[in-house]
Design a protein around this ligand. Structure first.
Ligand code: BMA
Length: 312
């Protein structure tokens, strides 16, 4: 725990990336996926242009905090002629390294005329991408793959919003990354006064630990002043991630700093990626839908904290 009693420590140079850093004119940079490539931290950043449409651009750093090299051109931009579901942009990527396949899976939100849905692309270098295309119908967001097969199938957490209401975290399975089924709810939004009552969704890809899969998710509370996005933890069974072993009652991080409280959408912290460096988890998050920030916590502390939490 930090002196303030919080699990996560914000980096002193936050926000680490802003629109002002970008080599071309943009409105905002936020909600980045993260991974490690040849020892360097690579962020796949959601960049919103000045028309309101988002694309994804690579930024890399040797220490993960400073000295970012930002690509001069987008890595993944909407291709509405081939993929009409991307007409209004591609958003909020989550990147998972699939050791067995020797490539990364990028789940992202494709925003089209029928609403947001989950699309998947594969890459070996973040330079070229094999687009699988839409893997769910709308409305669906906040998806990420597990890094290994569960049993003999790939697995993905995602967040459908059915017509009947309720925005919960679900799981789906696939033999080939293209065809997804066996959809089941895993973690449910709570109700009434809870901080995570209005909706929940996965943030970063599942984190493997000795105790199971650590999940960082956002809970939304609708207030008279707008939505409040905060983060909670859950622990899923390693062999059967439909089983929720633990879930924090209280949120573990919420908007507090000026760059999280004010922006295009104030009072939002929204990580899409993590890296692990010498036992320390780094989460890269969008702050107020405007800039990119990073916070750190010893992974062992997060696991100890979630283990002290009640079951569902
Ligand atoms: C969610 C997503 C995120 C965004 C957040 C706050 O629904 O669309 O991209 O950061 O809202 O606006």
């Amino acid at each position: 725990m930090t002196e303030s009693g919080e699990l996560f420590r914000r980096h002193p140079s936050n926000p680490i990336l802003t629109a002002a850093h970008w080599p071309y004119p943009v409105n905002s940079v936020f909600n980045p996926a993260a991974t490690t490539v040849k020892g360097r931290t690579l962020l796949l950043v959601r960049v919103e242009d000045r028309r309101g449409s988002s694309h994804l651009t690579v930024a890399q750093s040797s220490d993960g905090f400073t000295g970012w090299e930002i690509a001069r051109r987008p890595a993944l931009r909407p291709e509405p002629d081939t993929y009409p579901e991307e007409t209004f942009g591609v958003e909020d990527p989550r990147v998972t390294w699939l050791e067995d396949r020797g490539e990364w899976a990028v789940c992202y939100t494709a925003y089209g005329p029928h609403g947001p849905l989950v699309s998947l692309a594969l890459t070996r270098d973040f330079g070229s991408f094999e687009r699988i295309g839409a893997i769910t119908p709308p409305e669906n967001k906040d998806a990420a793959l597990f890094p290994v097969r569960i049993g003999d199938r790939w697995a993905m957490l995602h967040r459908p919003v059915p017509g009947g209401g309720g925005a919960h975290i679900w799981i789906a399975y696939s033999p080939d990354l293209r065809h997804w089924g066996d959809h089941r709810p895993v973690l449910l939004a709570r109700s009434h006064g809870w901080w995570d009552a209005a909706k929940i969704g996965l943030n970063v890809p599942p984190i493997p630990t000795s105790e199971g899969w650590l999940i960082i998710y956002h809970g939304v509370r609708n207030t008279a002043a707008g939505s409040l996005y905060r983060l909670g933890l859950a622990l899923l069974d390693r062999d059967d991630p439909t089983r929720v072993l633990r879930r924090t009652d209280e949120w573990v991080m919420g908007p507090r700093e000026p760059y999280e409280l004010e922006g295009d959408v104030g009072r939002v912290v929204f990580p899409c990626g993590w890296t692990l460096v010498e036992g320390e988890l780094r989460i890269y998050y969008g702050a107020a839908d405007t800039s990119v920030a990073v916070a750190t916590a010893p992974l062992a502390d997060l696991v100890a904290h979630v283990l002290r939490s009640p079951g569902q």
